[in-house]
Design a protein around this ligand. Structure first.
Ligand SMILES: [Zn+2]
Length: 303
């Protein structure tokens, strides 16, 4: 099943019911429209490998809506944030897996096609926010002409949390993580790197907010416009079951206690504030929602 182009038609209303199901791939927050850009749909993975501390039986109540045939099926996505009236900066949050080719089938990432489908050229992007520099979030940061790197989005400043930069580019870590050398470290020499400390404005109505734990500098992106609030959550959770079982951590979380605390803090604020939540690793079409609840248990409702 291919998702190419699903999110590309930016002119559609937030809910595209063409297939009879709720398939919202974008939503508005005041004057801003946030659109899911699907770069790649990877093969489904064994949930016991992704969540090694969760007993298989505990998935029972979540089997139907959190898994597909018992497997974890995700997407690698970015999000585009742009003004409805076309007047103002355009922001890209995360850049997917990149050109590849990726296994299986040597498929390339589709992010640039997704952008083009909405009439956006790479040069139109004024800021690229990296929620964290894992390989599925930085893939299109840098393009190569032979061995020569260039910024894929030449007019953007690339905003990465300083705590993540310091960790991932350290001599202990960087040599073991190819994506850092390929898609993160060149940004410095290209003169487009902007390190973020704490909260920082990205564009009118768009700012970063620390939510550390998944990585040392993991950050979410807050959208505030016209009295409405949204949050692009990065990897605060990878599966909708984690909204309820906030204790559960995937193998990817760098510091589980910090990750749990950040998950509960942001979900609590989203529930009490009625925020719209944009989650890149949920299946496209059900990856934008509202949450209810409090404390350490919440419920997800796709919009
Ligand atoms: Zn991720």
């Amino acid at each position: 099943m291919k998702f190419r182009g699903v999110a590309g038609n930016f002119g559609i209303p937030a809910s595209d019911n063409s297939n009879g199901e709720n398939m919202a791939t974008s939503a508005t927050i005041g004057n801003l429209r946030i659109t899911t850009l699907v770069d790649l749909t990877p093969p489904p993975r064994d949930v016991s490998m992704i969540y090694p501390d969760v007993p298989a039986n505990d998935w029972g109540p979540y089997q139907d809506f959190a898994l597909e045939s018992g497997m974890w099926q995700t997407q690698f996505c970015g999000f585009l944030v742009r003004p409805m009236n076309g007047d103002g900066p355009i922001v890209l949050v995360d850049t997917g897996m990149g050109p590849g080719p990726h296994d299986p089938g040597d498929v390339p990432g589709q992010l640039l096609e997704e952008l083009a489908g909405g009439g956006v050229e790479p040069g139109d992007i004024s800021a690229v926010v990296t929620t964290h520099p894992h390989g599925d979030h930085v893939g299109w940061n840098v393009s190569y002409d032979g061995d020569t790197p260039r910024a894929t989005f030449p007019n953007a400043r690339y905003m990465i949390a300083r705590a993540d930069w310091d960790h991932w580019t350290s001599d202990d870590v960087a040599p073991n993580v190819p994506a850092i050398g390929r898609s993160v470290q060149p940004l410095e020499g290209l003169g487009v790197l902007h390190l973020v400390d704490g909260e920082e404005d990205v564009a009118p109505g768009v700012k970063t907010r620390p939510a550390n734990g998944h990585t040392p500098g993991h950050q979410v992106v807050m959208i505030e416009s016209g009295g409405e609030t949204g949050v692009i959550i990065g990897d605060l959770f990878h599966n909708v079951a984690q909204v309820t079982e906030t204790e559960w951590c995937p193998m990817f979380d760098w510091n589980q206690d910090m990750a749990r605390a950040a998950r509960r803090e942001i979900l609590g604020a989203a529930a009490s504030g009625g925020w719209t939540v944009f989650a890149g690793h949920l299946r496209v079409g059900s990856n934008i929602g509202k949450v209810s609840g409090s404390g350490d248990r919440f419920t997800w409702q796709s919009i």
